[in-house]
Design a protein around this ligand. Sequence first.
Ligand SMILES: [Fe+2]
Ligand SMILES: [Fe+2]
Length: 307
Amino acid sequence: MEGKQASGTQSRTERADFQATADPALNEAADRTADVKLLSYEELYALWERQQWQTQEIDFSQDREDWDGFPEEERFQRMYGLSSFFIGEQKVAEELGPIMRAAPSEDQRIFLCTQIADEARHVRFFERFYREVGVLDADGLSQMLEQTSEHLNPEFGRLFDEMLGGRTERLSAEPGDTEALVEAVTLYHMVIEGMLALTGQHFIMDFNEREGTLPGFVEGFQNVARDEHRHVAFGSVFLREKAGEDERYKRAIERTLAEAVPAAEGVLSPPWAPEDEDYELFGFSISETRDFAARCLGRRLKVIGLG
Ligand SMILES: [Fe+2]
Ligand SMILES: [Fe+2]
C-alpha cells in the first residue's frame, strides 16, 4: 500500500507515492542535469492502476464545521481560490478527448484515457466538497459550474478557451497535426497542470495543514495533486521525445510557453489584488507562488532538453 498519511508539504512531495510519478519537478537533480529518468508510457499506466482512490470515501463532516466557522470574507476568498480549480478540472476533462485521439502511439493514447478518467474524478471531488460543505447552494453540477464561473479572471479565459481551446479544435479537425499536439501538451501538461494547478494545490494544502482546517478536502486534494504529478510526468516524457525528434517541435514548445506563461501568471493573481503590491493570499505572496511555479517549470524544461 502506498503512503496515505498527510504530514506537511515537505514530506508530501517526498512521499514514496509522489516520488513514484518521477515528475522532474520533484527531483532536485533536475536543477543540475537533464539526465533524469522518466517513466515510460506503460509504466505510467501501471502506476495509475496502483494509485486509485474514491471521492465517495472522503469524510467532509469536519470540513463542514470548519467552513461554517470561517468569517464571510474568508469564505469568499477561499471559494474564489478554489473556483479556478473546479472549473479548470471540468475544462481539461473536456479538452483531453481530441488530444488523446491525436496522440500517435497506442501506449500514449491508453495513458491519456486514464487521465480523462482522473479529470472526471477531480470534477466529482470538487462537486462533493462544494455540496457537502455548503460552499454553494446549487441544484446540479452544471448549475454549480455556472455559479463558480463568475469568479474567474480574464486571463483564465484566455488560457483555457482561446489558447487551449484553439489547439484542441485544430486537433479535432486535424488529428495528424503533431505540431499542434506538441503545443496542446505544452499548454495542458506544462502550463495548466504543471505551473498552475500544482502550484495552487501546494500552497492551499500547506495553508490548511498549518491552520488545521478542512481535513477531508486536504486528503482528497493530495490525491488530486498526486494524479497531476503523474499527468505532468506524461507531458515531460512526451515532450522530451518530440523535442529530440525535430527542432521544429522544440521551437513549438518555446513559442507556446512565451505565449502562455504571462497569462498563467495572471491566473495566479486574484482580481482584487492591487497591481503595484506583492499581495498576500493564504499566507504566501504572489511572488512566492510565481517563484515556486518557475522553479518547477525550470526543472521540467531541463529534463525535456530546453533548459
Ligand atoms: Fe485534474
Ligand atoms: Fe490533470
